[in-house]
Ligand binder design. Sequence first.
Ligand SMILES: CC(=O)N[C@H]1[C@@H](OP(=O)(O)OP(=O)(O)OC[C@H]2O[C@@H](n3ccc(=O)[nH]c3=O)[C@H](O)[C@@H]2O)O[C@H](CO)[C@H](O)[C@@H]1O
Ligand SMILES: [Mn+2]
Length: 272
Amino acid sequence: WCWPNVTCGGPRWLVVAHLSIKYPYVDVSYILTVTCVSLNSDRYVRFLRDFLETAEKHFMVDFNVRYYVFTDCPDDVPSVNLSQGRHLTVIQVPASNRWQEISARRMEIIQTAIESQISREADYIFCLDVDSKFHARWGAESLGRLVAVIHPGFYRKTRNHFTYERRPASTAYIPMDTGDYYYAGAAFGGFVEDVYTLTKVCRNQLEEDARNSIEAVWQEESHLNRYLLSNKPSKLLSPEYQWDDKKTKTKEVKVIRFSSVIKNYAEIRPNV
Ligand SMILES: CC(=O)N[C@H]1[C@@H](OP(=O)(O)OP(=O)(O)OC[C@H]2O[C@@H](n3ccc(=O)[nH]c3=O)[C@H](O)[C@@H]2O)O[C@H](CO)[C@H](O)[C@@H]1O
Ligand SMILES: [Mn+2]
């Protein structure tokens, strides 16, 4: 369904009712965030402490949450005090040489983790960029079968200005005069089984493109946008849920809930 007012704290009974359709004996959702971190020890791990500490304050407060952190340097994961019912799982993944590959391989990493354990542990999953902080409530109003967020750079633009992949040779190709929104690659989620299908399809398409020596213009974000064109999200979140610290707050955005921090691209992504 569509939550009428995302800016207010919603009554919890609605969520319970929602869950009872599928899980009649479960009265609290088991929600989980996935963050992928990788590359040369502290380059992206440095964002993790703020991410986790602010998530503890704002993300699904009072629900069970399991954070999954994927990293090539598990020893550098900071220890953060977690509230009751909240856990952190760290999974070691190989590093890649190019940031584009690391970002894109998140689809494969998430798909594999859902298969091996997450499908037995959670009802919902959100997959978020680590270079970000929570600033205000991100709660049960965000739940849905398939949840996407409008990219903060594109909500005022018309679709021919969206940076979809425009080359027909890529499986992420979207022709001009087509498309609904430009979705952020940094935040998506939903029912675990729906996110599983999304990550599997995007992973397969990324691999097919690689075999054909083509890389979509915004890597997995381009494939996510292609997937969501054919598989419409059941819930669309406003850029309140994926803002960018570089952007000045505008009058349409009442509450900034989650935002990318400003980073020095030349330093942390040297092969830009
Ligand atoms: C707001 C938004 O929609 N941002 C998207 C955008 O740029 P961004 O500038 O937000 O990309 P980014 O540098 O944050 O990379 C995406 C994410 O991949 C992970 N990572 C990346 C590089 C690395 O060396 N190590 C590492 O762990 C990390 O979780 C990071 O947050 O484009 C990327 C793909 O091109 C992704 O689609 C991002 O989600
Ligand atoms: Mn990011």
